[in-house]
Design a protein around this ligand. Structure first.
Ligand code: HEM
Ligand SMILES: *[C@@H]1O[C@H](CO)[C@@H](O)[C@H](O)[C@H]1NC(C)=O
Ligand SMILES: *[C@@H]1O[C@H](CO)[C@@H](O)[C@H](O)[C@H]1NC(C)=O
Length: 369
């Protein structure tokens, strides 16, 4: 390009950039909420009260823990939202993320797949009522806030304004750990999720444990780091299974796990190895950032299932910035090598991972209280 032609386009470039420049005093303007917080959108202010309540000392997450209530609250976001079908009206297929699991808990908690969710529902319900927010909003808000308490956790979007009205979701919308990959992908597909997105959502099992598949043990986790939102889950589910955490295994939906005291769901085992899901699964083992961003995207979809987003208000600004992970590089547990990995993605080799130093670990098995 000649010097003259550069000069010729310059004035145009100046005009264009002046036209798209943001108006300085409306961008990022914060309104004080009167509760120690400020919000870009004043409609979101009341959610800071809810935040301070659930993350405060003695609150639902008692000072911001990534513990049992956090895990159960994240699970509840799924069990409420997945009561939905793209092919059936809300009064037949379920209204999605609408709070029906709480509003109609006397029915929905009796569904087999919802075993155990009654506890967190009854902890959450009075808080939602106290703050005069809809059950559907509260369930998604609690899940999003809770998971930011987990090291390395995602920062999920939060939209407010779901109606407090819902139909009872039908039975059999929530996948079971004993379901085949075909059945899981069919059900999730019916709700609008691809095979890859099913894997993305299962990053949640990185901060998860079971109480009800094997009721003889309490809180046996799906990976060795259930308070950290890391990729250990995706590594450890690919290790050869060696034993059940208790003598009562296998329970329905359970397969052998690779680490003493760890619990492995059959559904996680088969999804890690199926040709439709194995490459997405493997893509996270050395890329925690990818795992987090894909989880955020899939949860953005899950959390508004059945809702018209245009009628909701984006209050994501209320969701805290999560604690960073101390390390986001997954390792093979002590004593394991790449030979113990059942690599299942045909397209690409399993990435090199280091073995964590130290003695072979075991997760203490806790009897139910
Ligand atoms: C393929 C579909 C899925 C199956 C078959 C499945 C199955 C299960 C089972 C059986 C448990 C143990 C519950 C207990 O015994 O207390 C569990 C726990 C959990 N699930 Fe899933 N799940 C699936 C997908 C999801 C999704 C999409 C999410 C969230 C986005 C999720 C989040 C959780 C969490 C956080 C826990 C731990 C709860 C706790 O520690 O109390 N799961 N899941
Ligand atoms: C939502 O509905 C439940 C009954 O299902 C009620 O107890 C609660 O107070 C309602 N909350 C709001 C904000 O209207
Ligand atoms: C609760 O919220 C509803 C609208 O969602 C409103 O009409 C009602 O006045 C509120 N009640 C209280 C006590 O703030």
């Amino acid at each position: 390009m000649s010097f003259k032609s550069i000069l010729a386009i310059l004035p145009l470039a100046v005009v264009v950039s002046a036209a798209v420049a943001p108006t300085p005093d409306t961008a990022d303007h914060l309104t004080p909420c009167g509760n120690g917080h400020s919000a870009k959108n004043p409609v979101c202010c009341k959610w800071f009260d809810v935040l301070d309540d659930i993350n405060g000392d003695g609150g639902l997450f008692d000072g911001g823990e990534c513990g049992e209530e956090t895990h159960e609250s994240l699970r509840l976001t799924f069990h409420d939202a997945i009561g939905f079908s793209l092919h059936k009206p809300a009064n037949v297929g379920g209204g999605g993320a609408d709070g029906s699991i709480m509003a109609h808990s006397e029915i929905e908690t009796n569904y087999h797949a919802n075993n155990g969710v009654d506890e967190i529902i009854e902890e959450q319900r009075p808080i939602a009522i106290r703050h005069n927010v809809s059950f559907g909003d509260f369930i998604q808000f609690a899940g999003a806030v809770g998971v930011t308490n987990c090291q390395g956790g995602p920062r999920l979007q939060f939209h407010a304004g779901r109606a407090n009205f819902s139909f009872v979701a039908p039975d059999l919308t929530v996948p079971e750990p004993s379901d085949s990959v075909d059945a899981i992908l069919k059900r999730m597909g019916d709700a609008g999720f691809s095979a890859e997105e099913v894997v993305d959502l299962l990053a949640s099992h990185s901060v998860a444990a079971q109480d009800h598949v094997d009721p003889n043990i309490h809180g046996s986790p799906f990976d060795s780091t259930p308070s950290t939102f890391d990729a250990q889950f995706f590594v450890e589910t690919l290790l050869k299974g060696t034993a059940f955490p208790t003598g009562s295994g296998p329970n329905v939906g359970e397969v052998e796990s690779p680490i003493d005291g760890e619990f492995r769901l059959q559904s996680d085992f088969v999804l890690a190895r199926d040709s439709r899901t194995a490459c997405e699964w493997q893509s996270f083992v050395n890329n925690q950032q990818l795992m987090v961003s894909k989880f955020e995207a899939a949860m953005a979809k899950l959390s508004v299932l059945g809702q018209n987003v245009a009628h909701l208000t984006d209050c994501s600004e209320v969701i805290p910035v999560p604690k960073r992970a101390a390390s986001n590089v997954a390792t093979l547990p002590p004593g394991k090598t790449l030979r113990d990995i059942q690599a299942s993605c045909k397209r690409s080799p399993f990435p090199a991972l280091k073995t964590a130093p130290g003695p072979v670990t075991s997760i203490p098995v806790v009897p139910p209280s």
